[in-house]
Design a protein around this ligand. Structure first.
Ligand code: M6R
Length: 615
C-alpha cells in the first residue's frame, strides 16, 4: 500500500524523490521519509508523520547535495503512524537503509533472534528487522544484492523493497517477493529509477522493467543487473510503456475525484474504441491471445475482485450469463482464495481490478493458476502483476486514476466486461446471426454521449447532496443488474464522506433492514423502467409508508414516480444492460459533494490506499 521511489544518477536526488513521492502519495499517506547519500559519504535520513507536505517543508533549505537516495510514503500496518515508525529504517551502524511495502509476517521471531545477537531496534515496525538482517549478512563481505537475497530467505510474507548501503555508495538494490505491490525499474540517460508503480517514473522515462515474484535488481546510474533471491543471474529486457503523464494533472478541477468522474465519457470511449466494430458488427480484443478452441471449452465463469472492482464483477456476472450464456458466479477475492474453491481447466476466472496489484485478487489468481483454470483480467494498469498472470487482458484504458476512490475505472471496467461477454458469445458461437450481434454492439456507440449527458447534471446532484449532507445513515436499494450499483453508491459514500451507508437488494429490505427506516435514514433507490420496475416501486412504497425519505434514480420521462417523490434524478435511456454505467454517475457525484460539504479530503480519504497490498 506504500509508495516507494529510488534514484541514482547525475542530478540532485532530493527534488526528484519528493516529486516521485508526490505522485505516489495516493498509495499511502500517514507518514513519509527520505534517505540520501551525501557527496561526503554521510547517510542523511529525514522522516515525518503526516502527509508529504510536512516532510517537504521540514527539508526546505537544509538538505545535502546527493545523487542517490530513496523515499517512501507509508500506510501503517505495524506500529502507529509516527516519525520513528516512518520509513526508511536503518541498521545498528546507520549504514544500511531500507524502504518496504508488505508485512514481515515472522518479524517477532526474527527480531528476538537479532536482539539476542546484539542488534538494537528503535521502532515498532516489522520493517526494521530487514536492515538488521542485511547488516548481519554483509558481515561476510558479501555484496548488497546477495545480502538482500539472503535476508529475504529468512522473511515470511510478501515484500517490495529498496535498499542502499553506505558501503556500496553508487548502488540501489530493489526486490519483489509475492504480491506486496509492484517494483518497476526506470531506465534514464546516465540515471536510473525504481518505484512501486509507474506514475512516479513517467515524467523521466518510458523505458521500464517490472520485477516479478522473487526477483532482485542491482541498479547503478549506468546499468542494472537482475538476479533471483537465491543469487542466480537473470536476463531481463526493458520495455516501452505508453502512458501519458499529463493525464494525471488535475487541471482546473478542485479534486482528482471530480476530474475523474467528469472524464467518464472519454474513459468509456477509450475502453470501447477499436474493440466494438460496428459495420459489420464484431468485437476485437487485442490482448486476448486465447485460442477459440480453449474459449469453447469453458463451462463456468468465476468473477473475482475487491471493493469497487467486486461491484463491477457483480455487474459482469449478469453479462456473462445473459450475453455469453455461460453459468457464472461472483466472489470476493479474499474469501474465494481461502474457501478451497473447486476449479478446473473448464473454468474461466475473470479477475477485475483497477491496479492489478491488489493482494487478495492476486492470491485468488494464483489459486486459479494452481488449479489450471483459464484466466482473463480486467485491469487499468499496464504491465501490472495481474496482467502478467492472466492468459488474456482487457485493459480499461482510461488513463491514470489518482483519486483513491475509484470512479472512472469502475464504469470503464463495466464497459470492458460487457465487451468481454460479447466477445465470448461471438467466439463460442452463441450469436445467432449478424443482427443479434449488432443488437449487442450498437448500444455501445451511444454510451460516451449518454455518459456525457449524465455528467452534465452535476449542479443538480450538488444541490441534492447539500440537502442531504447532514444525515448520518443511508440505505441504497436496487434490483437485478442495478443491485451492484446500489452497493457501489453506498461504498463511495462511506469512503469519502465517512457516512454509514449500506447497499441491499431491494427484495431483501423487508427481511430486516426495514426496521431501520425512519425520517433520519434516507433511502436511495435505483428504480429504472426495466423488467424489475414494478417490484422496485413497491419497495419504494414500503419505505414511504414508514415515513422514509426516498431519493430515486429513475428513467427519463417517468412522471409516475416523480409524482410520488420529492427527490428524483432522471437518467437518459440506454440499453437496459448498460444502464448500470449511467446509474453509477449521480451516486459518485452525490458522495463527492457531501464529502466536500463536510470538509473532507476526497482525494485521499482517511485510512484508505489506492492499491491494497496487504491482507
Ligand atoms: O485496484 P483494485 O481495483 O483491485 O482495488 C480494489 C479495491 O481496493 C478498490 O476498488 C477500493 O474499494 C477503492 N478504494 C474503491 O473506491
Amino acid at each position: 500500500m506504500c509508495g516507494i521511489i529510488g534514484y541514482v544518477g547525475n542530478r540532485p536526488a532530493v527534488p526528484l524523490l519528493l516529486e516521485g513521492l508526490q505522485r505516489l502519495q495516493y498509495r499511502g499517506y500517514d507518514s513519509a521519509g527520505l534517505a540520501v547519500l551525501a557527496e561526503n559519504g554521510d547517510l542523511c535520513v529525514e522522516k515525518s508523520v503526516g502527509k508529504l507536505a510536512a516532510l517537504a517543508s521540514g527539508l526546505r533549505g537544509r538538505w545535502p547535495t546527493s545523487r542517490l537516495g530513496i523515499g517512501h510514503t507509508r500506510w501503517a500496518t505495524h506500529g502507529r503512524p509516527s516519525d520513528i515508525n516512518a520509513h526508511p529504517h536503518r541498521d545498528c551502524q546507520g549504514r544500511v537503509v531500507v524502504i518496504h511495502n508488505g508485512i514481515v509476517e515472522n518479524y517477532l521471531a526474527l527480531k528476538e533472534r537479532l536482539v539476542d545477537q546484539g542488534h538494537t531496534f528503535v521502532s515498532e515496525t516489522d520493517t526494521e528487522v530487514i536492515p538488521h538482517l542485511i547488516e548481519h549478512y554483509l558481515q561476510d563481505g558479501t555484496s548488497l544484492e546477495l545480502a538482500v537475497g539472503r535476508a529475504i530467505g529468512q522473511m515470511e510474507g510478501a515484500h517490495a523493497m529498496v535498499v542502499f548501503s553506505v558501503g556500496e555508495p553508487d548502488k540501489l538494490v530493489a526486490a519483489r517477493v509475492g504480491n506486496a505491490g509492484g517494483v518497476v525499474v526506470g531506465y534514464g540517460q546516465g540515471e536510473m529509477f525504481v518505484a512501486s508503480d509507474l506514475p512516479a517514473l513517467l515524467p523521466h522515462t518510458r523505458q521500464v522493467a517490472f520485477l516479478t515474484d522473487g526477483e532482485i535488481a542491482a541498479v547503478t546510474s549506468q546499468s542494472v543487473s537482475y538476479l533471483s533471491v537465491d543469487g542466480a543471474v537473470l536476463a531481463k529486457e526493458a520495455q516501452t510503456v505508453s502512458y501519458d503523464p499529463l493525464s494525471a494533472a488535475r487541471g482546473n478541477y478542485k479534486h482528482f475525484m471530480l476530474k475523474e468522474i467528469a472524464e467518464q465519457p472519454e474513459a468509456i470511449l477509450d475502453s470501447i474504441r477499436g474493440r466494438a466494430r460496428f459495420e459489420p458488427p464484431a468485437v476485437v480484443l487485442e490482448d486476448m491471445a486465447i485460442p477459440k478452441r480453449r474459449l469453447s471449452q469453458i463451462r463456468r465463469v468465476v468473477l473475482v475482485g475487491m471493493g469497487t472492482s467486486l461491484h463491477a464483477a457483480m455487474v459482469g456476472r449478469h453479462y456473462i450469463e445473459q450475453i455469453a450464456r455461460i453459468p457464472a458466479v461472483v466472489d470476493n477475492a479474499s474469501e474465494f482464495r481461502y474457501r478451497k474453491p473447486l476449479l478446473d481447466a473448464d473454468t474461466l476466472v475473470v479477475s477485475v481490478g483497477q491496479s492489478g496489484e491488489t493482494v487478495d485478487s492476486l492470491a485468488a489468481m494464483d489459486e486459479a493458476r494452481r488449479q489450471g483454470a483459464l484466466q482473463i483480467t480486467i485491469c487499468n494498469v499496464v504491465g501490472s502483476q495481474a496482467t502478467r498472470i492472466a492468459d488474456g487482458v482487457v485493459y480499461t484504458r482510461c488513463g491514470l486514476e489518482v483519486g483513491v476512490a475509484s470512479t472512472k475505472t469502475f464504469t470503464a471496467a463495466i464497459a470492458a466486461l460487457y465487451l468481454l461477454a460479447c466477445y465470448l458469445a461471438q467466439e463460442r458461437g452463441v450469436i445467432e446471426d449478424e443482427e443479434h450481434l449488432r443488437s449487442l454492439i450498437d448500444p455501445l456507440a451511444r454510451m460516451p454521449s449518454l455518459v456525457g449527458q449524465v455528467t452534465q447534471g452535476d449542479e443538480e446532484y450538488e444541490r441534492l447532496a447539500h440537502r442531504f449532507s447532514r444525515y448520518n445513515n443511508f440505505l441504497y436499494l436496487a434490483r437485478g443488474v442495478q443491485f451492484p450499483i446500489a452497493m457501489e453508491g453506498a461504498l463511495k459514500l462511506k469512503e469519502v464522506s465517512y457516512i454509514h451507508a449500506e447497499g441491499y437488494p431491494a427484495g431483501e429490505m423487508k427481511h430486516g433492514p426495514i426496521a431501520l427506516i425512519d425520517e433520519e435514514m434516507p433511502v436511495v433507490a435505483i428504480a429504472l423502467r426495466d423488467e424489475l420496475y414494478d417490484k422496485m416501486t413497491s419497495n419504494i412504497e414500503q419505505v414511504k409508508a414508514r415515513e422514509g425519505t426516498v431519493i430515486a434514480i429513475a428513467s427519463e420521462g417517468d412522471k409516475e414516480l416523480a409524482k410520488k417523490l420529492d427527490h428524483i434524478i432522471h437518467l437518459p435511456q440506454a440499453s437496459p444492460l448498460l444502464m448500470p454505467i449511467l446509474a453509477a454517475i449521480p451516486l459518485q457525484f452525490f458522495a463527492y459533494h457531501i464529502a466536500v460539504r463536510r470538509g473532507f479530503d476526497v482525494d485521499q480519504p482517511r485510512n484508505l490506499a489506492k492499491t491494497v497490498t496487504v491482507e
